[in-house]
Design a protein. Structure first.
Lengths: 634, 151
């Protein structure tokens, strides 16, 4: 047998309906072409025939992959989950979510590049993986138990295992449920916690006592050694997350001084960019950039936000939706006179705190809201998009609520997140979810050398902050470059934070992929240069597009944003960290930009479908043949 | 009691340790050319719900039971002339496991590399220019070498 370097070597397929466990060599999925993570997930999904199943149907596969760099020293500790998403709106689309923590490296040490979960168990189960030994075990006692407690119970039987778990929200098929590892590493956007819940799968506990061989250990040592010094330069990021950085200064100081416990991050990464905070009597968890977004606006006590944050993690709810999106929508609707206190209390069914006109404490309001989400049988648990859809019909002011939602939520049921220039707007239009979680690139001062190499215009977002003033010239090249790069980051993987910020991975004198391709080559023992790696990124993006075309009837018409973005300046989030005032986008110019984008992509301008020529150039002849057979090849 | 020369030893500060595993990853890469805590000489046992992580490594005993238990003492397990740690000579070691059974710690801090069939343990990276690699790479300075007089 040929020794495999970088990849662990096996794809684990577990069918919960038939209780069968199969191990397929990773080589079957051509990892040298699809890299790992997102690319491998997409390839596996394609080979499964791109099932048309709904998100909660047993036919929806839940695919978890790591990449060839996962688990080595440096910012590479991530994994990627792909599945048909219950959060996407109005249609459930095949989408992705990255996640950090300890689980990805552990699963690789257990010998698996991917874990594919198919079917649905008859009763609550969890998956126990200890190297070669894989078992489907009873979890009826764990059903209903929160994510923290469930992990503690599982740790008794699975010592030192790393655990992915869902909370009550996932069990009860909330569309905004997360899969959690430890106290804060979440598979967040996408609602994949509900997909696990729909399979009666409470948890995956993995323990690996193996190792991953690298082809050229000395070269890997040499290439990663500068990370020690680079890491020191990244300290500002670590300090930023040492406090809830969108909170008011006094809250930040309080958290840094009093509640900070430890830095926290992915396995093998020296940065440990996130932090663990602990408030006695409330508990321990981490903060991200979002938790405090709306709280300062409405003067919410930091302890109350923290309490809600911990409860969100325990119930397994997406923070972005549960304690940001929904309260934000309610607050803005209330401020604008769209919703009254009475409507919120009676029709929406929540006690209202002071900033919603009532007398309830924030604790009462947030706890009620989060439990409604986790209980699974109210519109709240459906996510902000479907929540709005529900009340649109019920309330006199329903249409106005919908209009506000469409401002706050850019496309496909995902909240506004740096739609700050035409490049990022185009990317939002062509993706299946909010892409910015793995594309902060649009916020980056651009790299002159990379610009020249890839023929990109400068795209320094700090100068181009308004969609109405942003340049249309060349935005399609920026979007295509970032899209391909996003595919690589999520496949190798490389940490979003490290690669998006001018640092080792984006040095002034070198395109970031030169480093990545050298490191990848040293790890896997194949010679992959920067251009070949860039092409792999393009291949993955095209494969993802082919999935959209085949499964979701994606066409040019679908590549758009919610209408308000073309009609007015979006100012509702001005002043928050996620939103710069923007818009409107000129629709005619945007359509002209799309023409140029499809042309650059080698896709058909009328349909937005990849052409045979492009697919064959990328070595995807089989995909072109399949698309031709269903008459979706231009 | 049998004594070997006192050696330096590695101490860990669980207050600052983030549990990132950098020490494990770099140890296994440097010594074994692979990545994974299973072949790291020191282990971090993580406790995510208290954020207090424990470090398991050779204590560089003044009376190293592994060394005295070795049937090929001074060949397979030797005392380094320079830093006085007990170390394994892979060419001589037969993987008999006597040392593992003799280690007074639980779990034993000397282990068997099953693929190579030899014992392995932390020798503070003897002979490495710049000292122990985990100390050098630890991003939080949670690991340090304490001199023999401090014992």
């Amino acid at each position: 047998m040929v020794k495999s370097y970088g990849w662990a070597g096996k794809v684990l397929q577990v069918d919960l309906t038939n209780e069968t466990i199969k191990k397929v060599p990773t080589g079957h999925y051509k990892p040298e072409e699809f890299v790992g993570g997102m690319g491998l997930n997409a390839k596996i999904f394609w080979e499964l025939g791109c099932p048309k199943a709904g998100a909660f149907d047993p036919g929806n596969p839940l695919i978890i992959s790591v990449g060839p760099l996962t688990g080595i020293y440096g910012p590479f500790g991530k994994g990627e989950v792909c599945s048909i998403s219950p959060q996407c709106y109005p249609d459930e689309l095949f989408t992705y979510s990255g996640f950090g923590g300890m689980f990805p490296a552990e699963m690789k040490y257990a010998g698996y590049d991917s874990i594919v979960i198919l079917g649905k168990a008859e009763k609550a189960v969890y998956l126990s993986i200890h190297d070669e030994n894989v078992e489907i075990k009873d979890a009826t006692d764990l059903w209903g138990v929160d994510t923290f407690e469930a992990q503690k119970v599982l740790a008794n039987g699975e010592p030192e295992a790393s655990i992915l778990v869902i909370g009550p929200a996932g069990e009860n098929l909330s569309r905004i449920a997360v899969i959690l590892n430890e106290t804060k590493f979440a598979v967040g956007q996408g609602g994949f916690g509900g997909v696990m819940g729909s399979k009666n799968l409470k948890a995956i506990a993995v323990r690996g006592s193996g190792v991953v061989a690298v082809a050229k250990p000395d070269k890997v040592m040499e290439l990663t050694k500068p990370i020690i010094e680079e890491n020191k330069k990244m300290n500002w990021l670590r300090l930023m997350f040492r406090t809830p950085y969108t909170a008011p200064q006094e809250t930040k100081d309080l958290f840094a001084r009093k509640y900070f416990k430890k830095h926290y991050g992915c396995y093998g990464c020296p940065l440990q960019c996130h932090s663990i905070h602990y408030i006695p009597g409330i508990g321990l968890s981490g903060v991200s950039c979002g938790n405090w977004l709306w709280a300062p606006k409405f003067s919410i006590d930091p302890k109350e936000v923290w309490e809600a944050n911990v409860l969100t993690q325990r119930l397994g709810i997406n923070t972005f939706e549960g304690i940001i999106g929904l309260p934000f929508l309610l607050a803005l609707s209330f401020e604008a006179g769209i919703l009254t206190r009475k409507e919120i209390e009676k029709d929406i069914g929540l006690p209202t705190p002071k900033w919603l006109g009532g007398t309830a404490t924030n604790h009462e309001f947030l706890t009620a809201l989060l439990h409604k989400i986790a209980d699974g049988n109210s519109p709240h648990s459906e996510g902000v998009a479907r929540f709005t859809e529900y009340f649109r019909k019920k309330l006199a002011s329903g249409e106005k609520l919908m209009d506000l939602y469409k401002e706050l939520y850019t496309a496909r049921g995902y909240a506004f997140h740096h739609v700050d220039n035409l490049g990022s707007a185009l990317h939002w239009a062509t993706d299946t979810r909010d892409p910015i979680d793995s594309c902060h690139d649009y916020k980056n001062p651009s790299n002159p050398e990379a610009n020249e190499h890839f023929g990109l215009p400068p795209y320094d977002n700090y100068q181009i902050v308004n969609l109405s003033k942003t340049v249309y010239q060349g935005a399609e090249r920026v979007a295509a470059w970032v899209e391909d790069n996003q595919c690589l980051k999520n496949s190798l993987p490389v940490c979003e934070f490290w690669s998006a910020i001018p640092s080792f991975y984006n040095p002034p004198k070198m395109d970031l992929r030169i480093f990545e391709s050298s490191l990848l080559s040293a790890v896997i023992g194949l010679d992959i240069d920067a251009d070949k790696l860039a092409q792999a990124g393009e291949r993955i993006w095209n494969l993802r597009r082919a999935i959209m075309v085949k499964r979701e009837n994606r066409t040019r018409e679908n590549d758009t944003l919610n209408e308000p973005y073309f009609k007015k300046a979006i100012t509702c989030l001005a002043g928050t960290a996620t939103g710069l005032a923007s818009g409107p986008i000129n629709r005619a110019e945007f359509e002209a930009l799309k023409d140029k984008y499809y042309d650059l992509r080698g896709w058909d301008v009328n349909t937005g479908w990849p052409t045979r020529a492009k697919l064959e150039e990328l070595g995807l002849k089989d995909i072109a043949d399949e698309l031709a057979s269903i008459r979706k090849l231009p | 009691m049998r004594e070997a020369p006192k050696s330096e030893f590695l101490v860990h500060d669980s207050k600052t340790c983030a549990g990132c595993g950098v020490c494990e990853v770099i140890c296994s890469l440097y010594h074994e050319g692979v990545i994974g805590p299973a072949l790291a000489r020191s282990r971090i046992v993580r406790h995510p719900f208290t954020a207090e992580h424990i470090h398991e490594t050779c204590q560089q005993c003044s009376s190293p039971s592994c060394y005295f238990a070795c049937p090929l003492k001074d060949k397979a397990i030797c005392i380094d002339q320079k830093n006085s740690t007990a170390y394994v000579d892979e060419d001589e070691c037969t993987g008999c496991g006597m040392c593992v059974g003799a280690c007074p710690f639980d779990p034993p801090r000397i282990k068997i590399n099953v693929q190579k069939n030899v014992a392995f343990k932390c020798d503070l990276c003897k002979g490495r220019e710049g000292g122990s690699i985990c100390v050098k790479y630890c991003p939080f300075q949670a690991l340090k070498i304490v001199s023999k007089d401090k014992r």
